[in-house]
Design a protein around this ligand. Sequence first.
Ligand code: AMP
Ligand code: MG
Length: 413
Amino acid sequence: MITVQEHLSRIVQTVQRLPPIGLDLLDAQGCVLAQDVTSEVALPGLRNSAMDGYAVHAADLAAAGETAPVRLPVAGDIAAGSTRALSLAPGQGMRIMTGAPMPEGADAVVPVEHTDGGLTEVSVLARVSVGQHVREAGGDVAAGDLLMRQGTRLEPRQIALLAAVGTGEVRVTPRPRVVVISTGDELIEPGTRPGFGQVVDSNGLMLTAAVRALDCLPLRVGCVRDDASTFLSTIEGQLKHADAVITTGGVSMGAYDTVKEVLSRVAAMRFDKVAMQPGMPQGFGVLGDDQIPVFTLPGNPVSAMVSFEVFVAPALRLMAGRPQEETSMVTAVAAEDWTAPAGKVQYARVVLSRNDSGHLTGYTAAIAGLQGSHALGSMAAANALAVIPADVTSVRAGDQVSCHPLGPIQEAS
Ligand code: AMP
Ligand code: MG
């Protein structure tokens, strides 16, 4: 038996960040930059108005007030997108729209709300200070500025900035392409009601969805029979277009545990018992000329889910150039007593709720339901895994437990 940490260390030391590729900006959403990006342009590109109003010389309005309007002739009209080079003589105003270029000589903008909105002549009812409502060229980004560092994840806000400076394509670490293979003679395709002895391939859909939720690219291969040559040819066929492979089923001690039977002949694959519950039988290694990482997870759905969270997700994040962990553990108070196995880390499915009472904010963890590794109901109900160390055999109501969030945490009702 090896520890969770030993198995995880082996995985994270084996997987590598994928080589960079060029992608259209929008296709790179969720990826991390593989290089620093420097801006070749300034933002704003030109000095422009921050308001709809009138470009003026602030000094002309020194005497303006609610009861002392100052009248200025309106020398022109400037819309956003205007490319005319205009200049404003002292004693005049120009109607100007938000984003429109400031005329030469003007040093402030009076918002239209402080005027009568006149088209040939305008009455101004408030003073402005020099620079007011003017956006200076380069005030946001200067040409030559380091815009974003390598490793920055491209979320909508970062995409906006890159687009604004004219970027079309970016060099990023691509999303890992992850093949999902389910094995088992009992499996049938999702969308069918199971007959006697049949089990719907819920793992296949769960892991496909989990890969997608991590911003990686899942490729689901349907169910594969417990047959050595079928399994071998399937996995070999998939290696060509995969950055990683996840299989489920067939890795325990049963008579038809094909995955283990076939892959344990490969020197670069290793099968271990990991001191955890659920998820004890685990296999990991690399296959093929390209040394594609292969995770062979147990078939029980909860075991597969926990294994994905604990071993696969950190590896996929690293391959995508992201941190190994992206969410912090949450400390919660156990809402009830439960037992935990000696010598194994327990991943208990719990419902984590947030209690806000006065100035105290805390979380409670309640067992989500039946804890068997086959129990899909409690898995769906849970929003966290309470991680109970190997040397703890009982949790008492009121104990602090460390939880790995799986989804949004609700307020306690
Ligand atoms: P195995 O790891 O192949 O011994 O399977 C353990 C248990 O998980 C059995 O009850 C299987 O029917 C179930 N199981 C295996 N693969 C899947 C799957 N893809 N979807 C749902 N249940 C599965
Ligand atoms: Mg099986």
